[in-house]
Design a protein around this ligand. Structure first.
Ligand SMILES: [Zn+2]
Length: 93
C-alpha cells in the first residue's frame, strides 16, 4: 500500500508556464495541469498515482488534504516559513 500524504493539491498548486514547460520537457503530460484564464494549477497527486501504478502499486490511499487551503497543515507556499511537515517512508520485505 502507498499513502499519498497531505501536500499542495490541484485546487491551490499554482504554477507558471516555465514550470509546465520544464516538466513537459521531462515527459510529463499536459493532462496533469489545469488551465483557466488566469492561472495554471498542477496535480502532483495524479502524477504520483500514475507513476506508482506504472511500478505495479495498485493499493494507493490518498489522504486528500491540501496543505495550502487546509488550516490543519503548514505550507511554505502559503507563507509558513518557520514550520515544516516531515514525511517518512520505507519499504518492508
Ligand atoms: Zn487547496
Amino acid at each position: 500500500m502507498h499513502l499519498l500524504d497531505p501536500s499542495a493539491r490541484k485546487c491551490c498548486y499554482e504554477v507558471q508556464e516555465d514550470f509546465v514547460r520544464t516538466l513537459k520537457n521531462k515527459g510529463i503530460s499536459e493532462k496533469f495541469f489545469s488551465r483557466s484564464s488566469d492561472r495554471i494549477t498542477f496535480s502532483l497527486q495524479e502524477l504520483a498515482v500514475e507513476k506508482l501504478k506504472r511500478y505495479g502499486i495498485e493499493e494507493i490511499y490518498d489522504i486528500s488534504f491540501c496543505t495550502i487551503c487546509s488550516e490543519r497543515f503548514f505550507s511554505y507556499r502559503n507563507g509558513d516559513f518557520e514550520e515544516r511537515i516531515l514525511t517518512m517512508a520505507w519499504l518492508e520485505d
